[in-house]
Design a protein around this ligand. Structure first.
Ligand SMILES: Cc1cc2nc3c(=O)[nH]c(=O)nc-3n(C[C@H](O)[C@H](O)[C@H](O)COP(=O)(O)OP(=O)(O)OC[C@H]3O[C@@H](n4cnc5c(N)ncnc54)[C@H](O)[C@@H]3O)c2cc1C
Length: 410
């Protein structure tokens, strides 16, 4: 077995959290840092974020915007943001030479509108020769398979090809399983479990939802419409509202997607054989009774074209073919409550983040150090925290990376 140089800190994963952890560890002290990354280069997923533009932060991100697979994450996120929140992160990026520009709802992008600028800024901070502390070393092609702790207190990280790295402190920044094609495949969560941590079952979040109504989906493929989506869990006759959001809804040949659907998708957490309902309100600004009156009046005035400008043509045609499309009252009800039955999420390749991960109760939110194994830290999507679309996931990953790196450095 080959043994790599010994380091003070090893960071598993050169993604958003891992690169930021290296930067803060370097600035906080003078440790020898290795980032162990299975890919050949750092930041592979970052290049794909924001459709290549990277929505790098959300200026307004607040603890209440985040959740955990098991419920509330606000208290934990507060502990992290109290030390390093969106405005502190914006300053850190500025110090790395990355100017940002704000779009709607607090979304920050690199001024170049190129994700590559974000990766380069992080690489400069982590590996560049200028600045404080030792540059971190990227050990690429290193797929961490197991981690053990010896009697000497050192962690031994063993790669799939049999290399060992011995370190005093270890930061697990391996992501969850979302965007699996970019490297995060859940191995880090298995490592956490092997070290005694419990993990909330990871499920895809910020993903489209595959629905049972195959024939209807085929007909609607390609339609984009505005509306409110509500995800319910059905128990007997009772429907429990899990989440709702408003925005553009996109229909594909097997799934319902769009940002608002992605935002509710993390609540599609199957516990048994319960049924889920995705109800779409295509007219959220008007009550059903008023809508029925409006439709009747438009029909009298516009004849066959009474849905024109209210709905995309293709969607209108499909709804008018349905039995409920025949009277103003039943059509109003359908428009307010178009129901689909999600049977799966689009999966790990489609998902932008993970719901679930390392249980928050077992991690100190001030340092991100494990409460079970001293010297072990977690950062980013590996933790059981997820947020909505809009820069929230990266804000979380960078904030965690900063805190964990700083804490592991001293
Ligand atoms: C297509 C897409 C677009 C997105 N767009 C945005 C956006 O615009 N804004 C936003 O806020 N969020 C976005 N996200 C979400 C965001 O990218 C992630 O939440 C964030 O990158 C998580 O950071 P992380 O460092 O925790 O994990 P990751 O970025 O997943 O990094 C984990 C790293 O660990 C490595 N790794 C995994 N296992 C091992 C192992 N066993 N050994 C060694 N290395 C390992 C991986 O290869 C990877 O490099 C997007 C996600 C996707 C998939």
């Amino acid at each position: 077995m080959k043994t790599e140089n010994n380091y003070d800190i090893a960071i598993l994963g050169a993604g958003a959290a891992g690169l930021m952890a290296a930067i803060s560890a370097r600035r906080a002290g003078d440790p020898r840092i290795a980032i162990l990354e299975k890919n050949e280069k750092a930041g592979k997923k970052l290049y794909a974020t924001g459709s290549g533009r990277c929505n790098v932060l959300n200026r307004t991100a607040a603890p209440e915007d985040y959740r955990s697979g098991e419920g509330d994450a606000a208290g934990f996120v507060s502990g992290v943001f109290a030390q390093c929140g969106p405005s502190g992160l914006r300053d850190i990026f500025e110090s790395l030479g990355l100017d940002t520009v704000e779009e709607d709802e607090g979304r920050l992008y690199p001024r170049s509108l190129q994700a590559a600028s974000v990766v380069r800024a992080l690489e400069r901070g982590a590996f560049g020769s200028g600045g404080a502390g030792n540059p971190a070393e990227l050990v690429s092609g290193f797929e961490a398979k197991t981690v053990t702790r010896g009697a000497d207190g050192l962690f031994c990280v063993t790669s799939a090809d049999g290399r060992n790295v011995f370190v005093k402190r270890l930061i697990v920044a391996t992501g969850g399983k979302a965007g699996i094609q970019y490297g995060s495949d859940g191995r880090g969560l298995k490592i956490a479990e092997s070290l005694g941590h419990s993990v909330v079952r990871p499920i895809p979040a910020l993903s489209g939802l595959v629905c049972e109504e195959a024939e209807l989906m085929q007909k609607l493929a390609g339609v984009r419409a505005h509306g409110t989506v509500r995800l319910f869990a059905q128990e007997g006759d009772a429907e429990m509202l899990l989440a709702e959001d408003t925005g553009e809804i996109q229909f594909t040949k097997d799934a319902v997607s769009g940002i608002c659907v992605m935002n509710v998708s993390g609540y599609y957490r199957r516990k048994g054989d319960e049924k889920f309902i995705l109800a779409i309100d295509l007219m959220p600004d008007i009550e059903e009774a008023s809508l029925a009156e409006k439709l009747a009046a438009r029909k009298a005035q516009l004849g066959d074209y009474f849905l024109d400008a209210l709905l995309p043509e293709k969607l209108a045609a499909v709804l008018l073919e349905m039995p409920e499309g025949q009277t103003a009252e039943s059509l109003a009800h359908l428009l307010k409550n178009l129901r689909f039955t999600p049977v799966a999420s689009k999966g790990w390749k489609d998902a932008h983040t993970t719901s679930g991960g390392v249980t928050l109760e077992e991690v100190d939110e001030k340092t991100l150090e494990s409460k079970i194994v001293s010297g072990l830290y977690f950062a980013g999507e590996a933790l059981d925290v997820d947020g909505p679309c809009g820069g929230y996931s990266l804000t979380w990953a960078f904030a965690c990376g900063w805190i964990a790196g700083e804490a592991a450095s001293v």
